[in-house]
Design a protein around this ligand. Structure first.
Ligand SMILES: [Zn+2]
Length: 434
């Protein structure tokens, strides 16, 4: 089935970020989610050009014109070309985290582009991967307020508009009851969302996301991290679709009946025959296929098989940090060709060998933008699934404005910042979620 590329118009809805500097995220050790370690070198690309900023204060129509174009060239300028002083947003690697404030200082902004706070508030911010559903059942916490990395006040303070709630069922702990454990977690998530339905609602289509966003609420999408809950049955795919699941990662860190994961010796040499059927059926149903955690061969098999754009919900650049959980440059280019998007992960071992910060995450974003294009990169924090402290400056979901500040500092145009913050993932949702 061919998938037309529809232009997406921004609705330019203004979300007022709640203040409140939320400090330290609580690190409660759950199962180690992602493992592996590297180093960063950010080189200015010869193809870079300065961001062009025309109108000092764009009108609503300007936002409406902010069309998403996956093939557009990045408009990244090196900060040497276009220095943009920013006070609180930059953080020093290794510095203590509580000093980093999510609130940005408008008076420190250069004239030309939108004030940072306004840009961030008006942009649609999408986090493609959070593990809060696991935290909710393990630590018996809710969404209204908790000491984990994601809750509604933190999402509000971070200007986050759309989140993908990952349902993670450990294949070690629930191998025989993966389907019912996923049911339990989905039910719990729905109860939590219903209890807070003035602030957040679940979305099952692109239209839902738009409607919920226009109502000033956060839109949540349900996804499965690892296809273990399918228990090897194609019929269970339709079952979970009916439960509201709109995105599935074919594996977590162990192989499934569908595909090889990025860990261990291959079992299927990529996608299994059932995996191919699942990918095709997900295309038919209108579900997003997640390629994070897949082996390289599985990744290429999915790209070959899927007729719709896919997503690497939480991965980064292998060129900067050699982990099999990250995408190499060829994979990034293939993902872009597919119309897909990679959500930059905040998990320190996938980012660098030493201390990590907002800058380290943006180093990966920079690299992926240079290789795959400005239309192929988004954000996928993995909050509440990290088994160690997040990067300095990105301690929890309230800190997303620091990404915006760092992108601005590096000379990204407002339009390109919007794409990375969520515009690109919104395009995928528009193309896939019906
Ligand atoms: Zn993961």
């Amino acid at each position: 089935m061919a998938v037309p590329v529809l232009p997406l118009l921004f609705t330019g809805f203004l979300l007022l970020a709640g203040a409140g500097a939320l400090r330290q995220a609580v690190q409660s050790p759950s199962q180690p989610h992602d493992l592996e370690p590297l180093l960063i070198q950010l080189q200015p690309s010869p193809t870079l050009r300065p961001a062009v900023s025309k109108t000092p204060l764009p009108t609503a129509e300007d936002f409406m014109r902010a069309r998403l174009d996956p093939s557009a060239k990045p408009t990244v300028a090196s900060s040497a070309v276009n220095p943009m002083p920013l006070a609180s947003a930059s953080s020093t690697p290794g510095a203590p985290s509580p000093s980093v404030s999510p609130t940005l200082e408008p008076q420190a902004l250069p004239s030309g582009p939108l004030p940072l706070q306004q840009l961030h508030a008006e942009a649609i911010v999408v986090d493609a991967h959070i593990d809060t559903p696991l935290k909710m059942v393990e630590s018996n916490i809710g969404l209204a307020g908790n000491n984990a990395e994601v809750d509604i006040p933190k999402l509000r303070a971070g200007g986050v508009d759309v989140v993908i709630f990952s349902i993670f069922v450990s294949p070690y702990r629930y191998a025989k009851v993966a389907c019912s454990q996923a049911d339990f977690m989905i039910k719990n998530l729905k109860q939590q969302v219903t209890a807070n339905n003035k602030q957040i609602q679940l979305a099952y289509s692109f239209g839902d996301i738009q409607r919920i966003h226009e109502q000033g609420k956060i839109a949540g999408i349900i996804g499965l991290e690892g296809a273990d809950p399918l228990e090897g049955k194609l019929t269970n795919l339709d079952y979970f679709y009916k439960q509201g699941v709109r995105y599935i990662g074919l594996t977590w860190s162990t192989h499934t009946a569908l595909a090889d994961s990025s860990s261990g010796a291959p079992k299927w040499n990529g996608l299994s025959p059932l995996g191919k059927q699942v990918v095709q059926r997900m295309n038919e149903l209108g579900m997003v296929i997640d390629v994070s955690h897949l082996s390289d061969k599985s990744f290429y098999d999915v790209i070959k098989t899927s007729k719709a754009p896919v997503m690497a919900s939480h991965s980064s650049a292998r060129a900067l940090q050699p982990s099999p959980r990250n995408l190499n440059d060829d994979m990034l280019r293939n993902l872009a060709k597919n119309g897909g998007v990679v959500g930059a992960i905040f998990y320190p071992p996938f980012l660098a060998k030493g201390p990590t910060s907002t800058q380290t995450v943006v180093d990966h974003i920079d690299h992926m933008v240079k290789v795959a294009g400005i239309g192929a990169v988004g954000l996928g924090s993995d909050f509440d699934g990290l088994d160690i402290k997040p990067p300095v400056g990105l301690e929890n979901a309230s800190k997303f404005p620091n990404i915006t500040a760092e992108l601005r500092k590096r000379g990204y145009s407002d339009e390109d910042i919007r794409k990375v913050l969520g515009g690109n993932l919104m395009r995928v949702f528009e193309q896939v979620l019906r």
